[in-house]
Design a protein around this ligand. Structure first.
Ligand code: GLU
Length: 511
């Protein structure tokens, strides 16, 4: 087989969202798995909706995800330019040849006229198909209209036939060309339509496999007709499944249109997100889902993509859509929408534990540096801070949790965070527990988490307390808080002396 060449062809009119990123990823992974090339093409022929800003966001998002193009707008390459607005001169030659062969013709219908016809079809409940008004204009009529300066588009002639799409994922799908009708390939502003440019660019860029969302399946017969008319070889088509929410409904605009960079800002590792997105519609043969260190690219295959909808389980669905605006919400508010049991959380935890500590520290650093106190600690004793990160990573789901945990470890002065916490210490039996633990500490020589567990146990025995009655007074007496890291781990990081000091100041504050 000739070289596998795939492409991602975003229209720069918004963020890179999960659906788009997954399409990019599948193309990238398939090219890598086959030793082929992955091309990035920007499809900006819709002048009103395309912006350079959006192009930059999309390319930056792909960079963050580590989805690197072999050829593209930033990389260049032998089949460029890779931005459609820079390729306008490429399309006209093909258009002329189609007109010459009688397969395409100028259409002078105005948009008002077409809209009227469209709404009539809608009223009648029939699919709208162009009625062919300009199909049979004589060359004199065409010339006269052109001379009069009437704007025109170019339409592609579609004769009644059956168009078959042989799709790797969707199987064999048949379309009735009568329901397509003659469609526009060059708009009256001179820009090619999406369906037209895509075919010429895929051909010129030698694309062998078109992998994209199933939403584009209905465009494919048009594209096949153009391929055939221009004698181009057809690429292999793979239309990948729709992505749905946990309610199994199509992802709403807001939920689905969330920029992938939001995940970066929430403390997800790009590799975890990539791993998660790969599983949206692709099923590894051995069902092993955690695939770090390039495992994804060696295993990925479009043959193992399913056509059933893939479930994006990151957001909860049981809340009213109107209030949901992930890009402008406060983190605490957004948390209420995040499904703590999502596969992405599971994967992120796995990746946080998987990296070598210095690498994890590099990833966590931007989050740590948002807190001036932690920044000071970094300057003071970076090695100790990295060691602390190594202990707390077991408890982290997202990178932004590192800062608060670290502060918890290094905090000097401690007092009860609330009346509720203070009440734990004044409850019956609590001061006996704290005192028993203090004594155990003083006489012991604990180092490892297990040593601290043993001390707590024997303190419990002596004070006649267990369970919450034992842990809560000790927790509040040493941290001032009702929740936090597992105590033995925290204690091994704090050390005996700091613990004793903390207990003294906390107990003094409730007396
Ligand atoms: N520019 C199209 C889009 O963003 C891509 C179409 C395709 O992959 O063929 O939806």
């Amino acid at each position: 087989m000739s070289e596998v060449r795939t492409r991602f062809a975003p229209s720069p009119s918004g963020f890179l969202h999960i659906g788009g990123a997954r399409t990019a990823l599948f193309n990238y992974l398939y090219a890598k798995a086959c030793g082929g090339s992955f091309v990035l093409r920007v499809e900006d022929t819709d002048q009103e909706r395309s912006t350079k800003e959006s192009e930059d966001i999309i390319l930056d998002s792909l960079d963050w995800l580590g989805i690197k193009a072999d050829e593209g707008v930033r990389e260049g390459g032998p089949h460029g330019p890779y931005r459609q607005s820079d390729r306008l001169d490429r399309y006209s030659g093909y258009t002329e040849s189609l007109i010459e062969k009688g397969i395409a013709y100028p259409c002078f219908c105005t948009s008002e006229e077409l809209e009227q016809k469209q709404s009539r079809s809608k009223m009648l409940g029939v699919p709208h198909v162009y009625d062919g008004k300009c199909r049979n204009l004589s060359s004199e009529e065409v010339q006269a209209k052109k001379d009069a300066g009437e704007p025109y588009a170019i339409r592609f002639k579609v004769d009644p036939s059956e168009v078959v799409v042989d799709d790797v994922v969707q199987g064999r799908v048949k379309f009735d060309a009568r329901l397509i009708g003659d469609f526009i390939i060059v708009k009256s502003d001179g820009f090619p339509s999406y369906n037209y440019a895509v075919v010429i660019d895929d051909h010129e860029m030698k694309i062998s496999h078109v992998i994209r969302g199933v939403g584009h399946l209905s465009n494919t017969p048009r594209q096949i007709l153009i391929h055939n008319a221009l004698d181009f070889e057809l690429p292999v088509y793979a239309h990948i499944s729709e992505i749905v929410g946990t309610d199994r409904k199509k992802l709403s605009k807001r939920r689905g249109a969330t920029s992938v960079l939001l995940f970066r800002d929430l403390g997800y590792l790009s590799e975890a997100l990539v791993n998660y997105m790969a599983l949206l519609g692709w099923y590894p043969e051995d069902a092993v889902e955690f695939l770090p260190d390039g495992g994804l690219a060696t295993k990925f295959d479009i043959d193992r993509c399913s056509k059933s909808p893939a479930m994006f389980d990151f957001f909860e669905n049981d809340k009213s859509e109107a209030e949901f605006d992930p890009l402008s919400m406060e983190r605490s508010e957004l948390n209420k929408w995040i499904n703590g049991k999502s596969k992405l959380n599971w994967l992120n935890q796995k990746y946080i534990r998987h990296y070598e500590l210095p690498q994890l520290y590099d990833f966590a650093r931007p989050f740590l540096e948002t807190d001036s106190e932690v920044t000071r600690l970094i300057k003071e004793d970076e090695d100790l801070l990295i060691k602390a990160l190594g202990s707390i990573r077991e408890y982290m789901t997202t990178l932004d949790e590192a800062g608060p945990y670290i502060l918890e470890i290094f905090r000097k002065s401690v007092e009860p965070e609330s009346d509720e916490a203070a009440a734990v210490l004044t409850a019956e039996g609590a001061s006996e527990v704290v005192e028993a633990f203090r004594k155990e500490l003083e006489s012991g020589n604990p180092e490892h988490p297990d040593d601290y567990s043993a001390l707590m146990k024997s303190a419990g025995k002596k004070a006649g307390a267990k369970g919450r009655g034992l842990f809560m007074p000790i927790r509040v007496a040493t941290t001032g808080k009702m929740h936090g890291l597992e105590l033995p781990i925290l204690f091994s990081l704090l050390g005996k002396e700091t613990l004793l000091q903390r207990m003294q100041s906390v107990m003094a504050s409730v007396k």
